[in-house]
Design a protein around this ligand. Structure first.
Ligand code: ADP
Ligand code: MG
Length: 256
């Protein structure tokens, strides 16, 4: 049984097919780069996985469990977008704490997040503060915890977004072009950090990128999607040296 299994996912928007029978198995420790031309359905696939959108048909299994009846908030799938979407009015530390608070509070019968401390909430807060500090140390953002997003650089915001996504120990990690707003130097540096985070978390990761160098250097396997079809899924060297379709060859052969 794979850690993540997609079975024949289909989705159309107003008559145009965006996901055309996507099936994919990802192992627990695997890092998959999802590449393909703009508009081929990459973001839609991630949104469907995260439960932010629904497929017309098909199944998603996480650790063998059928995700279709499970609400987005309960899927324990972390997603990082290109625009980091941090809460602007909260500090970095508070941003990182939000998913932890949600998770723990839901385990305690969804106590209200704000307001006076109810019995039991004090321990929850102490635990959350400890987890935030550990994650901040890992990503070397300890010194930023009291700053708001407007007081940080793009690279710093990106690290806070990564910390926020990883802190609640998700069972799947989804990233949609998380580095595309960074300058070239930062991007190369961040690649290694993301791979390291993936290794430490030991969770299946789907990483959407436009950047073929990223796909080559980061991924265990590369999935090539074109026009809603998953045309090839193979290790990077196979994709680049032995493309299985003319469309894959055309796509990977494009100069960047
Ligand atoms: P990618 O991330 O690969 O660039 P997307 O998944 O964002 O592609 O989009 C795939 C196709 O689906 C595009 O043609 C896009 O215009 C269309 N699409 C995406 N979301 C919607 C939506 N909410 N309503 C209508 N069409 C959409
Ligand atoms: Mg996209």
């Amino acid at each position: 049984m794979s850690a993540l299994s997609l079975r024949d996912l289909n989705k159309s928007f107003g008559g145009s097919v965006v996901l055309n029978g996507i099936s994919l198995d990802v192992e627990q420790d695997e890092f998959i780069a999802l590449v393909g031309p703009s508009g081929c359905g990459k973001s839609t696939l991630l949104r469907v996985l995260a439960g932010l959108d629904h497929a017309d048909s098909g199944d998603i299994f996480v650790g063998g469990r059928d995700m279709s009846p499970v609400a987005a908030a309960d899927r324990n799938i972390a997603m990082v977008f290109q625009s980091y979407a941090l809460y602007p009015h909260l500090t970095a530390g508070q941003n990182i704490a939000v998913p932890l608070a949600m998770k723990r509070l839901s385990h305690s019968q969804r106590l209200p997040l704000v307001g006076s401390l109810l019995p039991g909430q004090r321990e929850i807060r102490t635990g959350i503060a400890r987890d935030v500090r550990e994650m901040a140390a890992l990503l070397k953002i300890d010194h930023l915890l009291d700053r708001k997003p407007g007081q940080m650089s793009g690279g710093q915001r990106q690290r806070v977004a990564l910390a926020r996504a990883m802190v609640r120990q998700p069972s799947i990690f989804l990233m949609d072009e998380p580095l595309s707003n960074l300058d070239a130097n930062l991007r190369v540096h961040a690649r290694g950090e993301i791979v390291e985070l993936h290794r430490r978390a030991g969770v299946p990761t789907l990483y959407v990128t436009h950047d073929q160098a990223e796909a080559l250097s980061m991924a265990d396997r590369v999935a090539v999607m074109i026009g809603g079809n998953l045309l090839q899924l193979a290790p990077p060297d196979v994709i680049y040296n032995d493309p299985a379709h003319i469309e894959v060859a055309r796509f990977v052969g494009q100069p960047r």
